[in-house]
Design a protein around this ligand. Structure first.
Ligand SMILES: NC(=O)c1ccc[n+]([C@@H]2O[C@H](COP(=O)([O-])OP(=O)(O)OC[C@H]3O[C@@H](n4cnc5c(N)ncnc54)[C@H](O)[C@@H]3O)[C@@H](O)[C@H]2O)c1
Length: 299
């Protein structure tokens, strides 16, 4: 299968590359710049070298459509995170919302039957984990993408699966407010001090479970415009610190920071009814794997 992976140079992209390259899929990455470093660290140098690379901006509809030519499916990850949308909402909307529309239009133009894209648990505001009422521009743009995905199915029969991961953690996650659990593992592994950037409970989902969900979505035929929560295991920074103390008793990781701008309790919903093979990595195991990666480079 030939897959277009937008935003493939980032954290989730590297883990999806790892899974797809192990299955022999051909991967074409569309990103702002060519940077194979995270993919090489996570998927290995041969997998990184084998990716075809198209440099472009997701806001450029023609560039996205050209990149999609000859592809069987699109996995759309290109986007900017919460703080970038807060700093410059218009640019955030251009990338996260218009960029997503560009991906759906490219799929229509080339008769690509499936778009798999990334929404976020940020569609939920802090008041409710059941009704999506975002209080961030980031969450608002992601929720708008979901509505447009439903419109593409209603208007053109174009199927899609959107995932709403909560806090994704694991080797390679080093930027954003919700990088806290991963950076805590890195600091503990390196014997450094670290202050958590957020407080309170959140769903922590191990990155390879998310990559597996994308892989599963590629293989399953599920007509419609689906959206699935991916929550992982609910945990506070204190829970993560307790697990790290079992691995590194002297580690100096401190809780603190601002409350997360999304609901602490969100149900997973029907993910596994449609994609039954998506794995669930318990937090204890995911934290241990992340710690080992930063201590001795093993995955
Ligand atoms: N990491 C998480 O916890 C998390 C949780 C929920 C949703 N998501 C979503 O998953 C997606 C990927 O997240 P990630 O953690 O891999 O982020 P990342 O920042 O590591 O990767 C994003 C990639 O998108 C690219 N990109 C940004 N703007 C672009 C543009 N204008 N044109 C082309 N490429 C552009 C970047 O260069 C980068 O390679 C994003 O859409 C994000 O909103 C992430």
């Amino acid at each position: 299968m030939q897959v277009l992976l937008t935003g493939g140079a980032g954290f989730l992209g590297a883990w999806i590359c790892r899974r797809l390259s192990q299955r022999g899929d051909r991967i074409r990455i569309f990103d702002r710049a060519e940077n194979r470093n995270i993919i090489a660290a996570i998927a290995g140098a041969p997998a990184a070298a084998a990716c075809e690379w198209v440099i472009g901006d997701i806001t450029d509809a023609e560039a996205v459509a050209t990149a999609a030519s000859g592809c069987d499916a699109i996995i759309h990850l290109a986007g900017v995170l919460t703080w970038a949308c807060q700093e410059n909402p218009a640019r955030g909307a251009a990338i996260n919302l218009i960029g997503t529309l560009n991906v759906f239009e490219a799929a229509l133009r080339h008769g690509i039957g499936k778009v798999i894209y990334t929404s976020s648990a940020g569609v939920y505001g802090p008041q409710s984990g059941a009704l999506p009422v975002p209080v961030s521009h980031y969450g608002a743009f992601k929720l708008a993408c979901e509505g447009s995905a439903r419109a593409y199915f209603a208007d053109h029969g174009l199927s899609s699966i959107g995932f709403r991961p909560y806090v994704v953690y694991g080797p390679g996650r080093e930027s954003g407010l919700s990088a806290g659990p991963t950076l805590a593992c890195r600091a503990a592994a390196h014997g450094e001090t670290y202050d958590f950037p957020y407080e309170g409970a959140a769903g922590l989902v191990y990155v390879d479970d998310v990559a597996a969900a994308y892989e599963s979505a590629l293989r399953h035929d599920a007509p419609g415009a689906h959206v699935f929560n991916m929550i992982g295991e609910q945990a506070t920074p204190e829970n993560v610190i307790a697990l790290l103390r079992e691995l590194a008793p002297d580690c100096d990781i401190r809780p603190g920071g601002a409350p997360m701008p999304s609901a602490p309790e969100i149900a997973e919903g029907p993910l596994r009814e449609v994609l039954p093979d998506v794995p669930f990595t318990p937090l204890r195991e995911g934290i241990a794997r992340t710690f080992s990666f930063y201590r001795d480079g093993t995955l």
